[in-house]
Design a protein around this ligand. Structure first.
Ligand SMILES: [Zn+2]
Length: 313
């Protein structure tokens, strides 16, 4: 093969990579990069995988595997599939369940298992159909409303849409027999994620507290490490306190557009109580800034302003 042919061959391979919503020409190497994945058995037939920051679960069925989400790049999705194949070499991924529509969790079903059935909430699927992101496949089994029970390949679980929390149609997977709850981009260990992108702050905490009426003791988040009921409640308490502190900060005359001052205020008023929270130094000032903006603007969109059902599940 000549150099030119080799180059052409490489270009053909790279141009086959799914590009998400990137519009610049050529494939981005980072999107295709392999990710090292760790995997652990959690309980019964439920396993969890992580590449260090993102986390999800997969579940062993009689004939194959149900994978939740895809991880956030084509390379990450392939590595996720590789991890599943290492644990269950004879069981293909026949079903993917989407937590929500964000590309960084559910953007690359085409690279994980392109032929799989895909379960998605109608609100999630609506965004996916509109977005048309390369590599993100629309749902094949669409459900709507608040709760739906599934029995797929011998695996029983319930999907629950508690109301607006983050993204669109963000659902929890509840495994009552295993007393396990899995939900992405809501409760995570430590302070909240950056500036709470696409969080619906008004309904968020009351809607999340609905899960406390269910019987579970293990919570698998979409990031970092697995926690329990206490970790879940502590996280929601943090959000409640941020809401109060943000209002106090505005009342005290703190300028939300002055990030140096917001950071200073964060260290003065939040460090004593939350300074030991994971990622306090990285994100806490951004958390405060976003909560202040919420109170100054009124929150965003329909999801951020609707009156949510907060009755027990
Ligand atoms: Zn998200």
């Amino acid at each position: 093969m000549t150099d030119e042919e080799q180059q052409q061959d490489g270009q053909d391979e790279s141009s086959g990579e799914h590009c998400g919503i990137f519009t610049i020409p050529g494939s981005q190497g980072i999107q295709g990069a392999w990710r090292d994945i760790t995997y652990v058995p959690v309980r019964d037939n439920i396993w969890s995988v992580s590449e260090g920051i993102y986390r999800t679960i997969f579940v062993e069925g009689d004939r194959g595997v149900i994978a939740f989400d895809t991880l956030g790049t084509p390379g990450g999705a392939r590595a996720y599939g590789g991890a599943i194949a290492r644990v269950f070499p004879k069981k293909p991924v026949h079903t993917i369940v989407y937590s929500h529509e964000h590309l960084d969790h559910a953007g690359y079903a085409a690279d994980l298992a392109g032929e799989a059935d895909i379960v998605a909430h109608q609100l999630c699927n609506q965004v996916i159909l509109g977005r048309k992101s390369d590599g993100q496949l629309p749902g094949t089994e669409i459900w709507s409303g608040e709760r739906k029970q599934y029995k797929i390949d011998g695996v029983e679980f319930e999907l629950i849409y508690p109301g607006p929390t983050h993204g669109d149609g963000n659902v929890a997977a509840y495994f009552p027999q295993s007393k396990l709850l899995f939900m992405v981009d809501t409760v995570i260990p430590g302070v909240g994620y950056t500036f709470f992108p696409d969080w619906h702050l008004s309904p968020y905490v009351p809607v999340m507290r609905r899960f406390l009426s269910l019987d579970w003791d293990t919570f698998v988040p979409g990031h970092f490490w697995i926690t329990d009921r206490k970790g879940f409640e502590d996280s929601l308490e943090y959000y409640d306190q941020m809401a109060e502190i943000a209002q106090e900060a505005i009342g005290a005359g703190l300028d939300v557009d002055d990030f140096v001052e917001v950071t200073k205020y964060t260290y003065e008023h939040l460090q004593p109580k939350f300074g030991n929270f994971f990622r306090f130094d990285e994100y806490c000032a951004m958390n405060l800034s976003r909560y202040m903006t919420h109170y100054l603007t009124g929150g965003w969109g329909i999801e951020g302003n609707m009156t949510a059902d907060t009755s027990p599940l």
